[in-house]
Design a protein around this ligand. Sequence first.
Ligand code: BTN
Length: 250
Amino acid sequence: MRTRYIGQQLIEFPSVSSTNKVAAEQLALSKLQHGAVVLAHEQTAGRGQHGRSWSSAKDLDLTFSIALLPKRMKVAEQFVLVSLSALAVHEVVHALQPADVRIKWPNDLLVGRRKIAGILIKTEVIGQLVQSAIVGIGLNVNNNVLDVDMNATSLKLVTGISHDRHELLDRICEALERRLTRWEDDEEDGIAELSALLWSRGAWADLLLDGKLVKGRPLDVERSGKLIFELETGDVMALGTERVCFAGRQ
Ligand code: BTN
């Protein structure tokens, strides 16, 4: 891997329950260095956002978790983990499939209306600082069976060819490390880029606002991670994931 730290420690398993879970366990035992990657060729209990599960095909998809031990990331800045990891995955997918790859706030990757990747991040915080983070990434790579599911797709389905999962892993790690280094140097946090790539930006979408279905038009993402959107009434709001999300299955 052409990186300084992400992926330099690579722990590979044929099968685990969830790479996020294994990474958390290994981190608690101080067995992971900054940038360690836990990779599994099968997850039997993959985790998704909002307590949902994440399914992937054995030996066909990419499921891994990156452990980060940031030195001076403030809690208030932690959305940068979401933005930069989504942008890193976007960069790699977009290079192979340039058409219509977007980031569905906060950090799902969609090709058209179908989800190709998901990211699940857990942070440990002490005081004002992020002590550690586990960035779990699931990318549908060579999965063929997703075509029965209208909401999901894979790199193979959108490009028509199979892809090398280790090569993709390398590229994502490189992209994330480059973006994190840039952020450490000059605080470039990718917010403008993330906003520009926002799925449904400027278009009416179904949102759940405090559990109620409403029409909303995503406009931008704030540095704090809040989604700025317009309601049909013309009101503009900026809210976090605890109050608003896209309605639907993704
Ligand atoms: C989502 O879109 O709901 C997030 C999905 C995140 C899936 C990845 S796969 C690797 C890591 N291990 C898990 O159990 N989940 C994440």
